[in-house]
Design a protein around this ligand. Structure first.
Ligand SMILES: [Zn+2]
Length: 246
């Protein structure tokens, strides 16, 4: 039955393609992670450099503010000698207190900026070896992946072209169903009967059904997992035989 043969062939191609993906392992993921980490450090360095450029200006601006509040305090103090009643005197005291508090906060702000300046000036120093290390690591991983991919590139190209040919000449509905099962069942769509059970989920297949499957005249799905079940001989023959996609 042509449909059945197509499905097993498709499964064979997909298993071979999956093997190639497995060979690449988590190298593509590792490369992505390394790139993200490197990017993160570079952003931290840039932010630190930006801060260092602006920090002195910030401190100067705060000092101007402190000077202004000192001048105001002096003015309030002078005014206290000219007040006419306690209420005005108290009001000026309150203003002076508030100026003192403000100046104190500004001093703290300067200290914080100075501390951050020190931290920021270390960022570059700490980041440099890290960046160098990550860049080397990234280069190595990329070279590894390239080695693996280069060796299997032709193989992969042929498999993909065979797959395309197979799909083009096959009923679209059947392919859609194949893809659905493939996505739901870890890439294993077509399985063989193994010791009287489904080779996918290992649930027992009734004898009568097994006999029908062995005839190979139509497509049978496992009642439990939905995979397509074929006889062991048929499965092995196509899996191990010459690839016959034309
Ligand atoms: Zn099953």
């Amino acid at each position: 039955m042509e449909n059945l043969k197509t499905l097993v062939l498709l499964q064979r191609l997909d298993l071979q393609l999956d093997d190639l993906t497995i060979m690449r392992g988590d190298l593509p993921d590792q490369i992505e992670d390394l790139e993200a980490e490197l990017e993160g450090i570079k952003v931290t360095v840039l932010n630190a450099e930006k801060f260092l450029k602006e920090a002195d200006g910030q401190i100067d601006a705060i000092r101007v503010e402190i000077e202004a509040s000192k001048e105001k305090t002096a003015k309030y103090k002078a005014q206290q000698f000219e007040v006419r009643n306690n209420r005005e005197y108290d009001a000026l005291t309150k203003e002076m207190d508030s100026m003192a508090k403000h100046a104190e906060e500004m001093d703290k702000k300067i200290e914080a900026i100075k501390a951050q300046k020190e931290e920021s000036s270390k960022v570059n120093l700490l980041a440099d070896p890290k960046i160098k290390h990550l860049e080397q690591e990234l280069k190595d991983r990329k070279a590894q992946l390239e080695d693996i991919t280069r060796d299997t590139l032709d193989e992969e190209r042929i498999l993909l072209s065979d797959r395309k040919k197979l799909i083009e000449k096959t009923d679209k509905k059947m392919i859609d169903q194949y893809e659905r099962i493939r996505a739901a069942r870890d890439g294993k769509v077509v399985v063989k009967i193994q010791r009287g059970a489904c080779g996918g989920c290992f649930k027992v297949i009734p004898l009568q059904r097994q006999a029908e499957i062995k005839k190979g005249t139509r497509v049978f799905h496992c009642e439990h997992c939905g995979r397509i079940i074929v006889s062991e001989i048929y499965f092995d023959e196509i899996m191990n035989g010459a690839l016959a996609v034309k």
